[in-house]
Design a protein around this ligand. Sequence first.
Ligand code: AR6
Length: 332
Amino acid sequence: MPLHIIRQDITRMETDAIVNAANPTLLGGGGVDGAIHKAAGKGLLLECMKLGGCKIGMAKLTSAHKLPCRYVIHTVGPKWKGGTGGEKELLKSCYRESLKLALEKECKSVAFPLISSGVYGYPKDKALKVAIDVIGDFLLENEMTVYIVIFDKASYQISEKLFADITEYIDDNYAFAHVESRLERSCRAPKMCSESCAAPVFLDKCPTFSGTLINNLAQIDESFSQMLLRKIDEKGMTDAQCYKKANIDRKLFSKIRSDVNYKPSKPTVIAFAISLELPLDEAEDMLKKAGFALSHSNKFDIIIEYFISKGKYDIHEINEALFAFDQSLLGA
Ligand code: AR6
């Protein structure tokens, strides 16, 4: 999956590069900066001393010394001053400049801490949003695996309103006895043509219905892979637009495309349904194709249902929420 949010100590990341939330001297400090210098050893400080510092919003690169990655990208985040001092633009610039350096060094993977969200006081939910927005945009144009590394759960927050909304939705829906399925609903529906015919007619005499029936029968035999490719065409998307928006790796998409009987995981199917912005009933159809369903006895499913039913199709926002509720993330 191109963008991962994980809980980890960044000094243990074996990515091509890790990013350090440094200060303008680049000579070490507390927080993640202190941890990186400690794990990298004296050699890092000696190399940093030759860099001549770094401006806020900019980034510089060193080797990794004793760290398990290849490079350390040092960036200097803004101090939070209430949001009126251009902090957001500067923080965005930290991510952009760091990613630019990673590209120049042909890094395939990079790990970021939540820059500015510690000693520099940037509110964590806002800092996370900036990180996800900039990295998400970058990944639409570039192939790279990017990790946002959250050190401890306490330092991870989504907006209070979203958290409260989802909690309420879970409370309202969680494992409530019997949820009527679409199949049950449709069984009770009057047996009339549901297409454009205005008046009730015998279904077998209705030309619109017959056409629909032939289409429907053709789709019964359709595999998940075929259904996905058809939906991409129907939405007028390119393959790349679809898999990138789904936070799905290009290689995995190629596998699905070339194997008509590919069996995807449930999060992968949901990621595509989100990318295609399918309404709930169509998302359920796509899941069914792959042998899955959304259930109300499962928090993950209810959170997915919450976002789809509200028409919110930003995969990264959904992943933020899933992470906050300790659920596995979407994409592959
Ligand atoms: N791995 C991943 N994340 C970490 C780690 C770790 N080992 N340690 C802390 N964090 P901060 P800033 C998280 O304060 O706000 C330094 O003194 C932490 O929970 O390290 O940009 C510099 O020299 C927080 O969410 O960086 C500067 O003077 C995030 O990393 C100043 O702090 C960033 O917190 C920079 O402040």
